[in-house]
Design a binder for this molecule. Structure first.
Ligand SMILES: Cc1cc2nc3c(=O)[nH]c(=O)nc-3n(C[C@H](O)[C@H](O)[C@H](O)COP(=O)(O)OP(=O)(O)OC[C@H]3O[C@@H](n4cnc5c(N)ncnc54)[C@H](O)[C@@H]3O)c2cc1C
Length: 436
């Protein structure tokens, strides 16, 4: 089989998995050492645990605690080949993908490429607002926030200071709620100690949500409880209001109100990552890729899509697609690891049925909301459940230990020690085109 990215032809069936998020990594781990050649491609050389990105952005966790190097995950496996590059195009007729490093043929292709931020076509938000879909973006956000507090202590003009210290979060889903909670805790517990010259009463954390409750996708009760928690902590929650524009100085809300700030965190929408070459009618709402019930891309024989990027056809219970959460991605990865060998060996396959184990969001110390299929709860116990579930889901024993220590330390000391502003060093002129 042809490859210009130096993958040997071993005679084994080649399964190319694009994306090493929850879906792709689960699939690759389950298929290793089963007699297939697995090529795992990701633009990063690590898997990232997105649910805790906001803690990196808020200086609560080190980036390395929520990332896991791909090569380490497959150290003991000779049939898994990792390539760090971006897949740009698929040729379903030739069974070939084009990456930034070269081309590669496949027997089976699995797209597990996830989603990216959706700014709904607003150029100003796309270029001036901050998003949080990756470790790079989380670190950038952390630097900006810390840098602006540093600038604020030397700024004597009140309006200029407002612009530096106030933060607007757009979108009241789990990410928006968790970021708002973490920022207001930073304001309440950390900034008074770090920046005694700064009047923290001047700092406003705004959370703007277009709908009438927070945490759409969870129960109404969870949304209401999250709102009560946030308001008590000091977040300015605005519901039923759309943001219209942002010029870098003011956020303009529908209805005429404007808020002065130089920082908008955009947590209001996602859209599928794009790869060229798929038939147009399989890429639908939210750029998701239509599949049948075994996650095979409609109209293809040997191309599959799993995780956030996939939308399973004819699912009356999930008319708009399964929720774009880790559990769906993991369960689809696990099922495909059984269905692919079944297809290869002409055995019957199993349809995907989502086992919804519930959802949860944390708002801050001792505060979380949990919706389980049979009952809902909030507060301290919910927070403990949130901590335990997230701790056990992080990949790597070392990561689990480091996160646990950080959390315990932060809980008892009301502090974190990671507030470093680390700026990129100069780039070497002769290596400028090395980005993959
Ligand atoms: C801030 C945040 C908080 C979240 N919190 C929760 C939570 O609390 N609970 C929960 O269940 N879910 C949460 N989610 C959602 C959850 O992370 C996703 O549902 C899950 O990551 C989906 O897994 P995936 O494998 O489909 O995609 P991803 O995990 O996004 O992985 C996609 C991978 O594909 C790679 N990739 C993309 N395009 C290309 C390309 N062209 N070439 C090569 N590689 C490519 C990316 O680098 C990435 O590694 C959160 C998401 C975010 C962003």
């Amino acid at each position: 089989m042809s490859s210009s990215i130096n993958i040997p032809d071993t005679g084994a069936k080649r399964i190319v998995i694009v994306g090493a998020g929850f879906a792709g990594l689960t699939l690759a781990r389950k298929l290793q050492n089963k007699g297939y050649q697995i090529v795992l491609i990701d633009k990063n050389n690590f898997h990232q645990f997105q649910p805790l990105l906001y803690q990196v952005a808020m200086a609560g966790l080190e980036p390395s605690s929520i990332a896991f190097p791909l090569r380490k995950a497959f150290q003991k496996c000779r049939d898994v080949f990792i390539r760090v590059t971006t897949v740009e195009e698929i040729d379903v007729q030739k069974n070939e993908i084009t990456t930034r490093l070269g081309t590669l043929c496949y027997d089976y292709l699995v797209l597990a490429i996830g989603v990216t931020t959706n700014f709904f076509g607003n150029e100003n938000f796309a270029s001036k607002a901050l998003s949080m879909k990756s470790i790079e973006e989380a670190l950038y956000l952390r630097n900006l926030i810390l840098n602006d507090y540093e600038k604020a202590v030397t700024t004597t003009d009140y309006d200029d200071r407002q612009s530096l210290v106030d933060i607007v979060i757009v979108g009241g889903g789990p990410t928006g709620v968790e970021v708002a909670g973490a920022l207001v805790e930073m304001k309440n517990f950390i900034l008074p100690k770090d920046f005694h010259e700064l009047d923290t009463n001047e700092i406003d954390i705004h959370l703007i949500q277009s709908g009438e409750t927070l945490l759409k996708g969870m129960s109404e009760e969870a949304g209401k409880n999250a709102e009560i928690f946030l308001r008590k902590m000091g977040v300015k929650v605005t519901l039923n209001t759309r943001v219209e524009d942002f010029d870098g100085e003011y956020v303009y809300l529908k209805g005429g109100e404007k808020i002065q700030t130089n920082k908008v965190i955009w947590a209001a929408g996602i859209t599928g990552n794009k790869v060229k070459g798929l038939p147009e009618d399989v890429v639908v709402r939210g750029n998701r890729i239509r599949t049948d019930k075994i996650n095979r891309v409609i109209g293809t024989e040997n191309v599959f899509a799993i995780g956030d990027i996939a939308i399973v056809d004819d699912e009356p219970a999930y008319e708009y697609g399964h929720p774009q959460v880790a559990q769906v991605a993991i369960q689809q990865g696990k099922l495909l690891s059984k269905n692919l060998p079944a297809i290869i060996n002409n055995k019957p396959t199993k349809d995907f049925v989502y086992n919804d184990k519930g959802s949860m969001a944390t708002i801050g110390r001792n505060k979380a909301v949990v919706d389980l299929p049979r009952f809902k709860f909030k507060g301290f116990f919910a927070w403990i459940v949130w901590l335990v579930v997230h701790l056990f889901s992080i990949i790597g024993v070392k990561n689990k230990i480091f996160v646990f220590i950080n959390w315990v330390w932060g809980y008892f000391s009301y502090d974190q020690s990671l507030r470093l502003i680390i700026k990129p060093a100069k780039r070497l002129k002769h290596r400028e085109d090395d980005a993959v």
